[in-house]
Design a protein around this ligand. Sequence first.
Ligand SMILES: *[C@@H]1O[C@H](CO)[C@@H](O)[C@H](O)[C@H]1NC(C)=O
Ligand SMILES: *[C@@H]1O[C@H](CO)[C@@H](O)[C@H](O)[C@H]1NC(C)=O
Length: 425
Amino acid sequence: MASTPSTLLHIFLLLLQSHPSQQQQSSSLCPTDKVALLDIRSNLQDLPGSNFFSTWEFTRDPCATFAGVVCSSDDQHGKQFLRVSVLTLGTGLADSPGLTGSLSPSLANITALTDLVVYSGRISGPIPPDIGVRLRRLRRVSISNNPISGPIPVSLAGLPDLGQNKLRGPIPPLLLLPSSPSLKVLILVANGGLTGEIPREISAAQLLHLDLRGNSITGALPPLPSTLRYLSASANALSGLLDAAFAAPLPDLAFLDLSMNAFTSRVPPAIFALPRLSSLLIQHSNLSGPLAVPPRREASPSWAVVDLSHNMLSGEFPAALAAAGSLYLNNNQLTGAVAEEVSRCLYRGSMTTLYAQHNYLTSFPAPPLTPPDSIALCLSYNCMSLPSAAAIARSLPGSIHFIFIGMCAGCATTLLRNHIFTIIP
Ligand SMILES: *[C@@H]1O[C@H](CO)[C@@H](O)[C@H](O)[C@H]1NC(C)=O
Ligand SMILES: *[C@@H]1O[C@H](CO)[C@@H](O)[C@H](O)[C@H]1NC(C)=O
């Protein structure tokens, strides 16, 4: 039977229809990535109680079935391939103990990777040293609560301006990460073992979020990337001066936590002038000197929290800190009266917490206002005279939850030394 135009059209339509399914078959996971996933799998195991790897069955399509693997299509030499773009190791669920083992160096072969997330577990050993150099598309690295550690003997190819002497001694893995040009988020939290200094190269990175909490990082805080919005480096062993880190503009920095380090520094006045800063936390960090807080500009948003407690800050109580919602200046060496603006903001309710205990403050100018019920005010262990303390107590309604007004151990007045008034309704 001769083909009629309609059967030809039918065949033509069938061919058209078959095209998408053929393409689907040809775009399978790139073999390099598949080998890398095999290596990663063979270096890691579920801890008892975790079943993260139950879906990692290599006879099946990793992109379609593996937990934690997300693929994207990618052109390689004109051939369509799927590449692993997101790799999440572990479930991140609070009741899952996570994974154990080590991170395979093959990780550096997944060159289309944009996101690497490793959840809490017992993964130890180094971060594969060259991932920052080889994974040029990395945008986010987050490795939390695993006993990952340095030092790493690495090939340092691709790193700019690295002095020869830097090659000796422990080299922290983070030295290598900022060299990935697209890296935006770097989270290496509470791994405990990261050592060495934060590399100066980091100031040229385009990081938005840097979290290095709970490691053993030493040295001074280098100049920060101008793009930064979030920085935590608390609970490390950072030292030295802070001014250089804040010398250049940081227009977007909203969260800053440098608590629990051992600086030998004042609080750089530039920190108080950061236009977007909302949380300023540098407690227990050996800060000293007077607090120079420039007057707030009209447009500046107020700080949600300023915590500079447990340092050696001296001098007067800065009036401009009245713009804080919660202010912790306790356990310092501040002298003179609490700034009047501060007490007014507290009694008006725009400030809800003022901790100023354990200083050498001589008075608290209680404004002629009735404060809201919800404020927390703590003024114990200062150098207030009894009449001054009594005046504060009279100004407060019975509903204030706790207030301690007392004398400091180092005061000249010995009569009421260490005496604390505690008014609890
Ligand atoms: C990366 O892939 C190349 C070739 O695809 C291979 O020779 C090499 O061993 C791999 N590297 C690692 C660390 O697996
Ligand atoms: C704290 O800072 C002072 C100088 O302000 C310095 O002499 C001292 O060594 C520092 N302490 C620590 C533990 O770093």
